[in-house]
Structure formats: C-alpha cells, structure tokens
Ligand binder design. Structure first.
Ligand code: FAD
Length: 422
C-alpha cells in the first residue's frame, strides 16, 4: 500500500473519491493508516463537483417531503420548477417515497431533526480544519445566502419560517428593500426584501476543493488508484481490488463511499439499501455588464438558486425524480432561467449543455456512516442527499475514529446501517 511498512491491520481501501471518500481517506491517514483511494475518475468530478457549493449551516431539517395540501397539489401537476418527476420511475421508487413520506411526519422529524442538526452543527468547523491544512481557505466565502422575496407577503412568510430557525440559534435576518439593494446593487428592481441566512458558507469551486483535499492526501503519501469499485472482492481477512492497469491491491478494511452509485456495489455484497436519487442540474452564466453578485441568492417560491462561482454564476435547479442513468431532461433549468434573468443581468451560458447530477438519498434523510452489518472490515459512508458537500469532513472524521477504535466525536447511533433491513 502507500507506505513500505503499513501498521498491522491498518491498510484501508476507500472506494469513491468524492467529498465523502476523500475526507474519509484524509482522516484515516491522519490516524496513521495506509490508505488507497480508488475511483474510476479523478477526485471530485461527479456529484461533489456540480453542487451549489453551500456549506449549509443554516438548515434545521434535511429537506422533508412537503406535506401542505396546496404544495402537494402544485407538485402533482408535474410543472413545478421545485420538483418534477418522470412518471415511469414512480413504480420503482414507490416504497422509497412512502418511507420518505412517513419520515417527514412531525413525530419522525422530532428524532431525525436533532440527528441531522448534530452533523450540520459540526460541518463548517470540520471543513475549516481541513482547509487550513491544505491552504484552501480562499475557496470558502462566509457571507451567507439571501432568500429573495418579490412581495411583502412573501417576506412575511419567509420571516415566520426564519423565526423557527432562530429558535435553533441560527442567524436569519430580515432585510428590507433598501438594505437589500444596498447589499446587492446588481439585483434588478422589483424585490420587497430578503432573509439573510448568515451562518452558511459557500465554496466558489466545489470540485476544486475536493481536488485540493485529494492533493493533501497524496502529498502525505496517500495513493490514488484508477479502478472499478465493482471489482472489489473479499479475501481471507481482507479486501482486494484490481486496478485499470491490472494491479492487484489488498487491504484490511474497505470503505464504500460511492455516493449515488453505492447501491451498485452494496447489492453485490448482499445489502439492499433503500437508496434513491434526486437529480439536479446546473449551468454557469457569464456576468453581463460587468456586474458582480457577491453571495448566493435563492428566489423564494421559484426554486431558482444562483451562486457566484469561479466559472461564472452557477444556476441550479430543484429536484427531479427520475432514474439515475436516464437521459438529461433539463426542463426545470429552462424554467428558472427566466426567473434568474429577471433578477440578474446574466450573460451567455458558459458550457454547451447543463450539468446533471444525482443526490444520493435515503428515505429518512440521514446518511449511513458506520460498519457493514455482516462483513468485518467493511464500512459504509453514503446517502448524504442535499448535504454531502457540507457533511463530507464530519463523516470522514467520524468514520476514521470508529475504524481506529476511538470514540467518535459524534455518536454514530442515528446513522448506522442496521436501521434499514438491508
Ligand atoms: C444540484 C445539486 C446541488 C447540490 N447542492 C449542495 C450544496 O449546496 N451543499 C451540499 O452540502 N450538498 C449539495 N449537494 C449534494 C452533494 O453534492 C452530494 O451529497 C455529495 O456530493 C455526495 O458526495 P459523495 O462523495 O457521496 O458522492 P460523489 O461526489 O458522487 O462521489 C462518488 C464517487 O464514486 C465514484 N464511483 C462511482 N461508481 C464507481 C465505480 N464503479 N468504480 C469506481 N468509482 C466509482 C465516482 O466517480 C465519484 O467520484 C447537491 C447535489 C446536487 C445534485
């Protein structure tokens, strides 16, 4: 493995070099493990590349299924920019949807919410600790994001919701019209105000951040291997994989951190997790007229999120329920482009086609972080849904502590694989 003399029993093969796998690899390495990070692509090129970049410290709940009747009726029309679905996928995900619906009841959220907040509450500090080591703090911005409201009524509604967040200690400040335009003069007229969610950080190049973490890993002696994770096999007391170059590597422990592809390998190993995907699109647009947006903005009720990034303004769509590998259908992105252009002087799109990614989602909205129930030396870290960029380093630290026999800094109970009859 990566060192000539690996510590006994401390050779790990981490499968998947997204934010989760890279974070696990770094934290294991810090604890003296010899680690190989295997992926079929370069680090941070998939879901961890294309997200909104938010280190979402302001979230109280992990995106429960909407339960209000008027919202449900709107979603059922299948024309909402917030959620569209491919009717052909519904039979395949019916049991997942039902479990998600049940987990979104108030009674269930009373347990899920605190488990989610515990992870979220540690997220920014864990990122900052890694960024400081890699010298990547310049990729992090701390201005928070703005929830834009077109009418006084919307502003009042948003403020009422923000009050709940404030009761959890989150900074959510009501901003009236004049203050909003003073803060972001680039915004076009017609807004009544905004809620400023100040605790959230954002990354101006999420893929670049994962690459920087991966570079730290290799600089410290870690090894990145191009390999198909589906080639993983168990061997006496350990795990083995064959690289694209036909090199065979062995390890004492294997970590499955394959994001939305986790089920492909888990199923082969005999685990059937209820993992579905919520797909999403982005596209970058040039700033027109030399104007600059200096923080992410979300247009309330229009599912339109715009994040200023290194490449331009990244416009992100809502949720699409469709098969993971179905062809792209970026209708929602087209819908919100109209909203976006009514807010900002956007220029031409930068890429020829939108990016499509898939949020890996378990029905109780919490990730799996911990040992595999039936295979000694096999570990899971997946299912981070809307919050994987945020939660990568927290997950990495927790899992590395568990694997090293330490008491994890966050109790792993709520995230264990056994909660699913997998
Ligand atoms: C539109 C959108 C917006 C989002 N916005 C945010 C946000 O603002 N903040 C936030 O915190 N989260 C956000 N997310 C969610 C976040 O991006 C994901 O939860 C996170 O990236 C998942 O990370 P991961 O490491 O688990 O998966 P990935 O980044 O997908 O990594 C999995 C890796 O496994 C590799 N792999 C897969 N199969 C194989 C195989 N057979 N062999 C070898 N390698 C394989 C892939 O190449 C990939 O590198 C968003 C997601 C989307 C889609």
């Amino acid at each position: 493995m990566a060192t000539d003399r690996p510590p006994p029993g401390r050779r790990a093969l981490v499968l998947g070099a997204g934010i989760v796998g890279v974070s696990v690899a770094l934290h294991l390495q810090q604890r003296g493990w010899s680690v190989i990070l295997a992926d079929r692509k370069a680090p941070g090129r998939e879901t961890s590349y294309g997200n909104a970049g938010l280190i979402e410290s302001s979230a109280v709940l992990p995106h429960p299924f909407p339960r209000g009747l008027s919202t449900l009726l709107t979603l059922a029309t299948n024309r909402s920019a917030a959620l569209r679905y491919d009717p052909r996928v519904l039979p395949q995900i019916a049991s997942w949807l039902l479990a998600y619906w049940r987990a979104s009841r108030d009674g269930a959220l009373a347990h899920i919410g605190p488990a989610f907040r515990t992870l979220i509450g540690a997220a920014l500090a864990e990122h900052e600790a890694l960024m400081a080591q890699v010298g990547a703090t310049g990729l992090l911005r701390r201005e928070g994001w703005l929830e834009l409201c077109r009418s006084p009524q919307q502003l009042d509604d948003a403020d009422r919701e923000a009050a709940l967040a404030r009761s959890h200690g989150i900074t959510a400040e009501r901003i009236e019209q004049d203050a909003l335009y003073a803060l972001q003069p680039v915004l076009r007229p017609g807004l009544s105000g905004a809620i400023a969610w100040r605790d959230t950080g954002w990354i101006v190049d999420p893929g670049g951040l994962v690459e920087a973490y991966a570079a730290l890993f290799t600089n410290r002696g870690g090894r990145i291997l191009r390999a198909d994770a589906l080639a993983l096999t168990g061997e006496a007391g350990g795990w083995q994989i064959r690289s694209e170059r036909e090199e065979v590597v062995v390890a004492d422990h294997a970590v499955v951190a394959l994001g939305p592809w986790t089920g492909d390998l888990a199923t082969r190993l005999g685990y059937r997790f209820p993992l579905a995907v919520k797909r999403g699109y982005h596209r970058h647009f040039a700033h027109n007229e030399g104007c600059r947006l200096t923080q992410p903005v979300y247009v309330r009720d229009e599912a339109c999120l715009m994040v200023p990034m290194t490449r331009g303004v990244r416009l992100l769509s809502g949720v699409e329920l469709a098969a993971r590998d179905a062809p792209p259908s970026p209708v929602q992105l087209q819908q919100i482009e109209t909203s976006a252009r009514s807010m900002l002087p956007l220029g031409d799109p930068i890429e020829p086609a939108p990016w499509l990614g898939a949020r890996p989602c378990l029905p109780d909205m919490l990730p799996v972080i911990g040992p595999a129930p039936r295979h000694p030396g096999l570990w899971f870290a997946f299912g981070h849904s809307h919050y994987g960029l945020t939660l990568g380093p927290v997950t990495g630290r927790m899992l590395a502590e568990m694997m090293s026999g330490e008491t994890p800094f966050i109790s792993p109970q709520a995230y264990r694989a056994e909660r699913f009859a997998a």
